[in-house]
Each structure stands twice: as C-alpha cells, then as structure tokens.
Design a protein around this ligand. Structure first.
Ligand code: G4P
Length: 530
C-alpha cells in the first residue's frame, strides 16, 4: 500500500462508512448532527425515540417520518470540509440481520457509538464482531457525557477487554453529567467547550499550549482542571498513543467523548473520520482485487430496496462503486445476465433529496432504479467479467409458515414475499405440496419486521406460524439425479424465489440420508448471492 501512487483527489477525499450502535445509544441523533454540520439539513429537531416498533424501520426512515425532513433511506452523501462523506445506514432494529452484514461490506470504516453510562452493549458487540471479520477501521464515540456516565478509564478498559482492541483517547472528558464542561483534544492540544445554551451550535474551540497552559484555568474550574491534568498524564502513560496504521488495520480504535444531542464532540469526530479515516479501499473479486483508482468503472449491488416511493412500485439497487469515474448514461455490463445496461437515471443520495447522479467516483454509493433485474451481489463493469466476493448469504436458521389472515389477499402475498426475497430480507420457499409459503430468516425479530412491512407496504395482514421444517438446503447436482430426488421426496421439496430447488426438513437424518442415497448431489446451507 505505502508504495502506491496517491489516489486521484476526487477518490482520496471520499470516506464511506456506517454507524453501529446498540439501540438508544444515539445513532439517530449523531446522524442528524452529521447532516447538520455537513450542510445537508438546515435545522435539527428533537429526537424522539419511542418504542421498539419504530426500530423495525431504518433509522433514516425514522428521521424522515419524525422530522418531516426528506432524507433517503440507506445511504446519504454530504460534504464536510474538503471531504465527501458517504454514510450508509445499518438497520436500526436490535436483532442481528443479514442486511446489516451486507451493508458493512459496502463501507470502508465504521463509527461505533456507545452510551457513556452503559458502555459496550450486546448489539454493539455483535456489530463490532462483524466489522472485525472485515478488519474495518473503527472510530468510537462515547455519547451522552452530559449525563452521569462511567469513569473514563473504566469505559476505555471495558472496550479494550470486551472487544479485544486497543483504545487510544483522541479526546478526554472534563467533568461529567451536570459538571461536564467539554473535552481536552489530546490529538491537537485544544480545549473544546460545550455550549449548553444552543444544542445545534458547534462548541467553542480554544488552542492550548499543552496541559500546563495557564489559559486552561480561565475556562475550567480548578478541581476539574487538576483532575484533567492527572488523568491525561495517566492516560498517556497507561494507554497506547493513537497510531493511524494500527487503526487502519483494525487493531486500534480512537475514542472521542461527547454529547450528540448538544452537538458536542461531533465535529471533532467528523474531523477524525476525514483526517484519519480510510480512503476508498480495494475490493475483492473472485478473479482479482479491484483497486479504487482503476479507470474502468466497477461496482457491486449490496442492497436492494423496494417501495422506497409508495407511488411507484420501484426498486432501487444500491451499488458501491469499487473503481472508476461513473457518469450518468454510461452503459455498463450486468455481469450475471451478460447484458448491457444503460444507467440513465442513477440517484445519489444527497440528504436533501434523492438527486440524479451526474457523476460518482469509487467509494460512492449510487442507487439504480430497476424492475428487478438487479440483485444483491450483482456486478456492474465496463466489460470485465467480475464476481465480487464477500457478500454473504446466510443459511436461514428459523423457518416459519406464513399466511394471510385475509383470505381475499392470498394472491398478493406471493408477490410481496418474492419482493422481500429479492431484497434479501428473507428466504422464501414455495413447497411443492400445499399452497402456503415457508419463510426463512436468521433472527426471530425479522418475522415481526416482515409482518409489519407486508401489512404497511402491501396492505396484507399476515400471520407467521410454526412450520414442520427447521432446515433448508439448496440442492445441486446432475439433472437426472436431482429430478429423481425431487420425485421421491416431494413432501420435502420447495423452490426459492429464483426457482432453485430446496430440500426442507426437520431432521439432520434426512439430510444425511439424501447425501448417502444420491451420490453426486450436494445439499448446501447457503446459496451464493448470484
Ligand atoms: P438510536 O438511534 O441509537 O436508537 O438513539 P437516538 O439517537 O434515537 O437517541 C436515543 C435517546 O437518547 C433519545 O432520547 C435521545 O434524545 C437521547 N440522546 C441522544 N444523544 C444524547 C446525548 O448526547 N445526551 C443525552 N442526554 N441524551 C441523548 P429519548 O428520551 O428516547 O427521546 P427524547 O424524548 O429525549 O427526544
């Protein structure tokens, strides 16, 4: 990496990242402040998080619904200083979902938000582990310092121990709760003071000549100043200093302390993302690695979202550009079908609204409206036959039967289910025998999410019920053998939304039996997203 020529400036200024957190830590509030300081929205309102139900939708939708500001779900782009930030939303609900996993394949870094009083919570840990699988660099924001929080060393220790990562303080809090006055910026020797009067104002920043600078006493009460000096001295002795390389390799996380709701510490965090965050990283394909500064445009679909606009039953495929300079109207090769595709109405998700993307660069996320041709995992290139890897498909761990509680609407249910299957929100199986559908997910809450989406987006009331099956396996093998297997085991056979054959069962014994009796047939727990 170090010997490589610098990236072209347009690519080098891009930072593509997600925010991960446990519900209620302050992700929505932080997102909103990012947009505010990125000039994407004019005024931040009060964040009101109420109940689990709203978390079933993306947090950006939550913003949209609550504030009446128009933000697009899933990805938003805005400028901050000379950087272009692409913030990709991770679903807000507390259950682990495939969607989250895939979203994290499209970013180069993550911001982990923790609540200063609660520390590392369960969902934070899970999402962190996903980031670690990809060695994503992580910046940490310890939020809600305006409330009673834990001791700073204790918070840092907990992150180090719980997540097995080095933590380097980028700032140090001065006081906490009611006495919280601000932070000492360790990386730049600055004093950042919180403005309690105006929540949307950027705090005052005072250049300080080290911790012994007498100027500090003008702003910090004597007892807090003594504590600050002592703690920072201790931190410098006991904790590792920030090392960008270690951070970029995913071994170290810099931590900022702040209060999102008071807009405090947010700008410093954004500066941190700009200054230290990774440039668009190379992406892996089965054939080779794609560097972001390669001239030809390449990209992959990491998410498909239906019904973004209820008036049009459109779908938007979210594409992470891996390389090149994309211009509107370009003809790209849709590698899976082998067909050319004129991308004439791509959208860039500038937070103000969906906007036509005239151009985009490696690292950017563009939305391509389509009628179902684009699927998760699909590659778009200028001709090269690439297959991007690392976009996982999960074996469904929970299977349930679904039916409409309104018998008149049974027909529409199939359409709705197929749409969700194409989005990658669930696996949908149509058994050969019987008229219902079996839905497979990886986390139980996904059933609730689906039920509510089917009701809201399609007006179909549905019920999920336990099914006689608990495992699904994709069947592959020579045509005649597969046909034989299907004919003999009709009660176990279903097709997925692509028409591929799936073997459903409750017993491992059945799977072993098929493998034994049909030599040459493979039963696999996952299917490549291709
Ligand atoms: P989430 O997306 O991670 O779920 O969190 P969200 O931003 O919705 O914030 C969850 C709650 O925490 C909200 O309070 C929000 O106002 C509050 N919050 C966010 N940042 C801070 C902060 O820096 N300090 C304090 N004290 N609170 C913060 P709520 O009670 O659910 O809603 P509301 O009635 O306060 O609006």
């Amino acid at each position: 990496m170090s010997n490589r020529a610098p990236l072209p400036p347009e690519i080098a200024r891009r930072r593509t990242f997600a925010i991960i957190s446990h519900p209620d830590a302050g992700k929505t509030t932080l997102t909103e402040k990012f947009l505010l300081f990125g000039g994407a929205i004019q005024m931040a309102g009060q964040v009101r998080a109420k109940g689990e139900a709203r978390r079933t939708r993306s947090d950006f939708m939550k913003l949209e619904q609550e504030r009446g500001i128009s933000v697009s779900a899933s990805a938003m782009s805005f400028d901050f200083r000379h950087y272009r930030f692409n913030l990709v939303d991770t679903p807000g609900h507390s259950d682990f979902s495939e969607d989250t996993y895939r979203t994290l394949t499209a970013v180069d870094a993550a911001i982990m938000v923790i609540d200063g009083a609660k520390g590392v919570e369960s969902q934070t840990r899970k999402l962190f582990e996903v980031c670690r699988l990809r060695d994503l660099p992580i910046l940490t924001f310890c939020n809600k310092m305006d409330r009673e929080s834990r001791d700073t060393f204790e918070i840092i220790d907990e992150i180090q121990e719980n997540l097995a990562i080095d933590v380097a303080p980028a700032s140090w809090p001065i006081g906490m709760g009611r006495d919280f006055v601000g932070c000492y910026d360790i990386l730049h020797d600055r004093l950042e003071l919180m403005d309690r009067a105006d929540r949307n104002r950027v705090a005052e920043s005072i250049k300080i000549d080290g911790l012994q600078d007498p100027k500090l006493a003008d702003h910090v009460p004597p007892d807090l100043l003594a504590k600050l000096r002592e703690e920072v001295a201790m931190a410098r002795e006991l904790l590792p200093a920030f090392d960008r390389q270690s951070f970029l390799e995913g071994h170290m996380t810099p931590i900022w302390f702040g209060s999102a709701i008071n807009s405090f510490g947010v700008k410093e965090l954004m500066d941190g993302m700009g200054e230290y965050g990774p440039e668009p990283q190379p992406q892996k394909a089965a054939e080779r690695q794609i560097a972001s500064d390669e001239t030809p445009v390449t990209g992959f679909v990491f998410k498909v979202q239906a019904n973004m606009d209820p008036k049009h039953r459109d779908r938007v495929a979210f594409v992470r550009l891996a390389s090149g300079h994309f211009e509107r109207g370009m003809k790209l090769l849709h590698v899976r079908s082998g067909k050319p595709m004129a991308v004439s109405n791509p959208v860039l998700f500038l937070a103000a609204d969906r906007e036509l993307a005239e151009e985009a660069w490696a690292g950017d996320i563009i939305g391509i409206p389509n009628h179902g041709q684009l699927r998760i995992g699909d590659a778009l290139t200028e001709g090269e036959k690439l297959r991007f890897t690392g976009i996982p498909s999960f074996a469904p761990e929970l299977l349930q039967a679904v039916r409409s509680t309104d018998p008149m609407k049974g027909k529409h249910l199939e359409k709705a289910l197929m749409q969700f299957a194409e989005e990658g929100a669930a696996k949908v199986f149509k058994p050969m025998i019987g008229s219902g559908f079996i839905v497979g997910v990886v986390g139980a809450l996904q059933f609730d999410v689906l039920a509510s989406r089917i009701e809201v987006e399609y007006g179909i009331p549905v019920r999920f019920e336990s099914s006689q099956f608990s495992s699904a396996r994709w069947v592959q093998g020579p045509k005649d053998l597969v046909e034989k297997l299907v004919n003999v085991n009709k009660q176990h056979i279903a097709t997925d939304h692509d028409g591929d054959i799936v073997f459903l069962t409750r017993l491992q014994w059945d799977i072993d039996r098929v493998v034994r009796d049909y030599e040459g047939v493979k039963l696999s727990a996952t299917k490549e997203m291709m």
